[in-house]
Design a protein around this ligand. Sequence first.
Ligand SMILES: Nc1nc2c(c(=O)[nH]1)N[C@H]1C(S)=C(S)[C@@H](COP(=O)(O)OP(=O)(O)OC[C@H]3O[C@@H](n4cnc5c(=O)[nH]c(N)nc54)[C@H](O)[C@@H]3O)O[C@H]1N2
Ligand SMILES: Nc1nc2c(c(=O)[nH]1)N[C@H]1C(S)=C(S)[C@@H](COP(=O)(O)OP(=O)(O)OC[C@H]3O[C@@H](n4cnc5c(=O)[nH]c(N)nc54)[C@H](O)[C@@H]3O)O[C@H]1N2
Ligand SMILES: [Mo]
Length: 809
Amino acid sequence: MSTHSFFASRRSVLKGLTALGAGTLIAPALLRPAHAAVGGMMADGDVINGSHYGFGYAKVEGGRIVGMTAHEKDHVPNKMFETLPDWVYSPTRIKYPMVRKGFLQNGHESDRTERGKGEFVRVSWEEALDLVAAELKRVKETHGNGSIYGGSYGWKTPGLFHNCFNNLYRTLNLHGGFVNDVQTYSTGAIRVIMPYVNGGPTTSSTWPAIIENTELLVFWGANPALNCRIGWKVPDHAGLKYLNDFKATGKQTIVVDPIRNDTAQLLESDWIAPRQGTDVAMMLGVAHTLLEEDLHDKAFLADYCVGFEEFSAYLTGESDGTAKTADWASEICGVDAEQIRELARLMASKRTMINMGWSIQRQHHGEQGPWMAFTLACMLGYTALPGGGADFQIHYANYGTPKGTAPIFPGFPAGETPEGLPAPIPVSRVPWVMGNAGAEYDYDGTRYTAPDLRLVYWVGGNPMHHHQDRNKHIEYWQKPETIIVNEINWTQTARFADIVLPVCTNFEKNDMSMVSEQNVGIVAMKQAIEPLFESKSDFEIFAEISKRLGFEREFTEGRDEAGWLEHIYAEGLKDAEKKGVEMPDFETFWNETFYQEFPVTEAAKYEVTHASFREDPLLNPIATPSGMFEIYSRRIEGYNYDDCPPHPAWMEPIERLGGAMSDKYPLHVNTQHPTYRLHSQLDNNTALHDAYKVQGREPMYISPADAEARGIADGDIVRIFNDRGQCLAGAVISDTLSPNHIRLSEGGWYDPAEPGVIGTLCKQGDVNVLAPDIGTSSLAQGNCGHTILAEVEKYTGDVPSVTTYDPVV
Ligand SMILES: Nc1nc2c(c(=O)[nH]1)N[C@H]1C(S)=C(S)[C@@H](COP(=O)(O)OP(=O)(O)OC[C@H]3O[C@@H](n4cnc5c(=O)[nH]c(N)nc54)[C@H](O)[C@@H]3O)O[C@H]1N2
Ligand SMILES: Nc1nc2c(c(=O)[nH]1)N[C@H]1C(S)=C(S)[C@@H](COP(=O)(O)OP(=O)(O)OC[C@H]3O[C@@H](n4cnc5c(=O)[nH]c(N)nc54)[C@H](O)[C@@H]3O)O[C@H]1N2
Ligand SMILES: [Mo]
């Protein structure tokens, strides 16, 4: 890098950057910028680092990571963290820059149906980077910046500096801009609907407030015992500790879920199993019971809500001729009507917290679930009281942990996108947009035209796992002229790219990250080993691309890795001084303490969302048009969408058990997030893989009755299929599944029997070959990865070997 003079003045800091642990003596030979020549020496020892799975020390012996030890501040460490060396040294690592053969020969005029077929040629870094820069220039000059998609959704590795998105965005912004995306696959529907309903928040009370005040905790399609094993930032797993604390109070918990999930098992909860995708009907049955038995909180509804009148006319059937009684609900959701009524009475009798997970809004008409849960909580009247109401966060990434008084660390800046570019695309519509340039779509009250995307640059995400309807997806993916991917592993996204640049892991570079979503600490993420093979950090890659495009100086601002880390920390330190937060200087943090905790105030400990509104609704209105909670939204009414009515309502999905398609496909496929992975990440972690895969394939959990009816034995290879696609998986018979449901977790690597061929059998168990590619509704356009019916049979054909984990080279 062009920052050598800077290096000379930073010896002490750089010494820190290569120091491996407290007390490690640094040989002068090691005083060099991180990312020195590949093959350089690093010292052995315990090296602090952080990940989505937790934080702690990598044990380095002979330049190799041989084990992991969790940090003492990680409350509930897990196997994903412990086995990270298997991920670092996975055979699937991308070793060198690679270009698809046809692309190398014919450039953007190549045959794009060849994508995914696996014919790659190794090139030098120089050649690869020149090619990337030339393509970025060509597309800008020929089609304009509005033809470059750089949204790059996904679960990139945490870190304030090596944020691969911001590295890409910064480069593309300096290049004149790009088309981005909005929303997430996680919360596509809920983040769009809640601003209309309650001004936006998805939180309720902190865990300490819940533990003290909640009398009944209902997990509605929520599974914190599994979903809190990870964090977007580096987790300390406090949420898992609080879950155990709640259990220790002996208070009642209920899990409403087609699966007796990990949370139900951990808390020994009562279990209610509705048919998947029918929760809104079930909640309407509960709401109707409250109304019928006069158990609803009329004062709360009058003082804090608008639109209950219209909604109750819908409940009673006055507005549409159908009363949403418990009996009506029971027909749809399959839960006994008396049990629905009992649940209503129970909830009305004590302070209830409904924690609804996000699977319910990752479904057709997914906006309705959270809106209905919030409405139900308003009818119960505990909303905005400590430990009461509806919560849509504590099940995920250890939310509910009180916030730390952390200073603000700026991170690596993305820069500004120039004006005049096409609007960001709701993320789950991105593949559709790729294949449908010029078509119109609705989103959140506005009509948009799909831009003509010619170049796609993806970093830190794996769309060839995360997007629905793989076969349609592959067709759309053939439309852009050029696809560039920076990846650590040969994921299917890399295999379906034209130019593939190898990226190193967090153990092969220096960084730091906030700990917990609530910033209770900051941890150093120190380089433990040299980058494997020819891999580089995204920062190095984009600095090189920027150089070729003529703005290297603007990109790096003259700083190298060490310079940026020190700068980011210094900015944090300035803010800490302003806020009166104690923090050591960078060298002490980097070389001695590695982890800095930020204290939690008493107020933060018991924070309750909307508390000031509850105290005085006129003085502290919420950010909805009426300033109140909106059970009926005039604004949504004005959009006139036929798939998103102005109050929560039961809307028939495209398919469901007991409804459309169930005669042909009698099983609902539950894509619950994986236990020992983060989506597709760690699917190539051999230690974990070997522990849970069945004959090398993704486990498909099935109830004993459904297995028996199909002659399927535990451990059999099965074929799961519907009109959209087919995949193999390995059967696991489990009484945690309610009848007519199977679980095939998202994230299993796509493994086409005939690579690049649309409709081919997936040999390994990518559930997204089965899922539909539709938006939740015209309002949010969230994904519907949980709305799937299918059928399963014992696989009797020749069993093809799994090849998706074989490296390309
Ligand atoms: N059917 C169905 N589909 C779903 C879901 C579902 O419930 N059902 N869930 C959805 C949800 S909620 C989500 S969030 C998405 C997740 O979708 P993704 O976030 O796309 O999935 P990951 O497997 O985490 O992919 C992250 C990729 O980034 C790469 N990576 C990590 N760090 C870096 C880095 O520093 N640089 C670069 N260049 N690459 C890096 C990893 O190797 C990995 O391949 O999936 C969605 N898909
Ligand atoms: N270990 C691990 N943890 C993770 C992740 C991971 O990949 N691995 N991913 C993280 C990410 S990005 C996200 S967005 C969150 C996801 O958080 P969520 O979207 O809340 O999680 P899911 O696992 O999809 O589903 C949670 C529960 O909902 C149930 N469920 C599914 N459909 C229905 C339904 O129609 N009705 C009812 N009542 N229940 C239903 C499932 O059986 C499951 O028990 O998790 C995060 N945590
Ligand atoms: Mo997510």
